[in-house]
Design a protein around this ligand. Structure first.
Ligand SMILES: Nc1ncnc2c1ncn2[C@@H]1O[C@H](COP(=O)(O)OP(=O)(O)OP(=O)(O)O)[C@@H](O)[C@H]1O
Length: 249
């Protein structure tokens, strides 16, 4: 089996007496989508925050492309190839779609932010930004102010901004949230292709999307992974059905 591109080893994180992550070990392999599901408050966002470096684990480690990045900053992890989309939008609403994408490309280039306005004239950064917009289907909206986009289009733009980094690995926190069925379908199709370029750790409440996309699913409950396996394995797991799907097994 191929080496994981991303892995956590025994991650634990407490907030006071509450164990938000309890000895969590998960991994992500090339070409796959690994979905993390679980009820509200199960610790999904806390896990992602530790993977991306906005929260430091109390114990355990995070490995990206074979390197221990537990002590590295969010920025260093991003530079090393970790792309992410957020649960809450981080877009500049007053800027155009293209400007947001160029900002992403500028961040990826490592150049200082004071070069933003020359960046808009920079052919390389523009080309990178335009290519990312095209991939998500927003090329015709390049000049649109971001505030005027629909919710679904903003989600597409967030993915485009993340793509400008040309990440090797993606972590996505509820990318389907607030999308209508048409929007979810479109994004599902796109993620299905994207996995071959950059495998995706996907936190998602939309079970249709999870069951369509996931190669593997891990179920978090009270900070612990209670089951991990294929869709069939998860759907027939007694503990999962009792604890999460709310069924009598
Ligand atoms: N900074 C914090 N301080 C204290 N408690 C926190 C903090 N962040 C998260 N928690 C608690 O940790 C637990 C896990 O929260 P987390 O947001 O990771 O869950 P989640 O699975 O992402 O939930 P949701 O599906 O609602 O987004 C919750 O009980 C939450 O209240």
């Amino acid at each position: 089996m191929a080496d994981p591109v991303l892995a956590t080893h025994g991650i634990s994180k407490s907030f006071g007496a509450l164990k938000a992550s309890d000895d969590v070990s998960i991994d992500l392999r090339p070409g796959e989508i690994h979905a993390i599901i679980g009820p509200n408050g199960a610790g999904k966002s806390t896990l992602i925050a530790q993977i991306c470096g906005t929260l430091m684990p109390d114990a355990g480690s995070v490995h990206l492309l074979g390197r221990d990045v537990t002590q590295q900053s969010t920025r260093a992890r991003a530079k090393a190839g970790l792309g992410r989309t957020f649960q809450i939008s981080a877009l500049a609403m007053q800027d155009t779609v293209l400007q947001n994408a160029v900002l992403g490309a500028l961040g990826a280039s490592g150049r200082p932010w004071r070069f933003l306005s020359p960046a808009l004239e920079d052919a390389d950064l523009r080309a990178r930004a335009e290519a990312a917009l095209e991939r998500v289907g927003l090329q015709d909206h390049a000049a649109t102010r971001t505030a005027e986009l629909s919710h679904g289009q903003r989600r597409q733009l967030e993915v485009a901004v993340a793509l400008t980094l040309e990440p090797s690995v993606f972590v996505m926190d509820e990318p389907m949230a607030g999308l209508g069925s048409e929007g979810s379908k479109r994004l599902t199709g796109f993620l299905d292709e994207l996995r071959h370029e950059a495998p995706i750790l996907l936190v998602e409440h939309d079970m249709d999307a999870v069951f369509t996309l996931a190669d593997r699913i891990s179920v978090l409950v009270y900070g612990k992974v209670i089951a991990s396996g294929s869709i069939d394995e998860i759907q027939s797991d007694r503990q999962v059905r009792e604890a999460y799907l709310g069924e009598d097994a």
